[in-house]
Design a binder for this molecule. Structure first.
Ligand SMILES: *[C@@H]1O[C@H](CO)[C@@H](O)[C@H](O)[C@H]1NC(C)=O
Ligand SMILES: *[C@@H]1O[C@H](CO)[C@@H](O)[C@H](O)[C@H]1NC(C)=O
Ligand SMILES: *[C@@H]1O[C@H](CO)[C@@H](O)[C@H](O)[C@H]1NC(C)=O
Ligand SMILES: *[C@@H]1O[C@H](CO)[C@@H](O)[C@H](O)[C@H]1NC(C)=O
Length: 239
């Protein structure tokens, strides 16, 4: 379900402070302020797309991405450093630092956005987004309630509805806060929110396994820790 190739620029800047990451604060860190392009670059976003020759139309620089990332957090009311770091690091990991936004494998049609949601979630996201819901419903037709039946080219057409930046950069936030039949995302997962809000490692591990449904790996953890360290440095500088 997820990208395993980190762009070299990400790997080369993983200089994580053990203190910041391992010392769970007794109180949650203060809320994060708006992200800048410079913050995103330190977290592993690309500063420049000129080297991305494979899928240049999909690449977004940190400067292009920053407003959409901030909008996504605002739209879904995600305010704490720990939650932001978990969601943003997932997006950075899945999209190669915002280099691409779909899975180009023919084996997984319909997978995409900056969080690389798989198709059942792409369809659900489109149906749950008022600006594109009617189009998604028309494309899916009678298969709207049976995502497995949707043909591949239709999966890709539905995915295209949620690839504009304002939606693509908010899919991780939607998934976390609003996906599922009850529209509560992962927020009912016992202990996860509290752990994330305190920026603890078990909180992040629960997010990856219980919410995203994938496996904790060193590469995922490294980019989470780097992202969190940038947020914590930002809030320390502001206080
Ligand atoms: C893309 O899909 C392929 C085939 O299902 C899978 O092996 C790979 O991990 C996926 N990559 C992403 C970007 O999730
Ligand atoms: C991006 O990198 C290329 C090659 O290094 C350079 O020529 C170009 O000026 C850079 N663009 C920006 C916006 O930094
Ligand atoms: C937004 O989130 C904060 C912190 O989690 C919470 O206190 C507040 O009530 C939420 N606001 C809205 C409008 O949901
Ligand atoms: C619904 O699914 C079936 C089986 O995959 C397919 O033949 C049909 O064309 C689909 N309908 C639409 C509107 O895509």
């Amino acid at each position: 379900m997820f990208v395993s190739n980190l762009v070299p620029s990400v790997a080369s800047i993983l200089l994580v402070s053990d203190f910041l990451v391992n010392a769970a604060p007794c109180r949650p860190p203060p809320p994060a302020s708006k992200l800048t392009a410079a913050d995103l670059i330190q977290m592993g976003a690309l500063a420049n797309c000129s080297a991305e020759t494979q899928f240049p139309a999909e690449c977004r620089t940190a400067a292009q991405a920053a407003p959409f990332v901030n909008q996504g957090f605002n739209k879904y009311n995600i305010t704490t450093v720990g939650e932001k770091a978990a969601l943003l690091s997932l997006m950075l990991f899945e999209s190669g630092g915002f280099a691409f936004d779909i899975n180009h494998s023919l084996n997984t049609p319909g997978q995409g956005t900056r969080a690389e949601l798989t198709f059942p979630f792409i369809l659900e996201y489109a149906l749950d987004t008022p600006s594109v819901a009617a189009q998604a419903r028309a494309l899916a037709g009678a298969n709207a309630t049976d995502p497995a039946a949707v043909p591949a080219d239709t999966e890709n057409a539905i995915r295209a509805l949620v690839l504009p930046d304002a939606l693509s950069f908010a899919s991780a936030m939607w998934f976390y806060k609003q996906s599922g039949a009850a529209k509560t995302g992962c927020t009912a997962t016992p202990g996860m929110i509290a752990g994330l809000q305190r920026a603890t490692l078990p909180g992040w591990e629960s997010y990856i396994t219980d919410c995203v449904g994938t496996t904790v790996t060193d590469a995922r953890q490294a980019i989470y820790e780097q992202t969190l360290a940038v947020f914590l440095a930002q809030t320390a500088a502001a206080s």
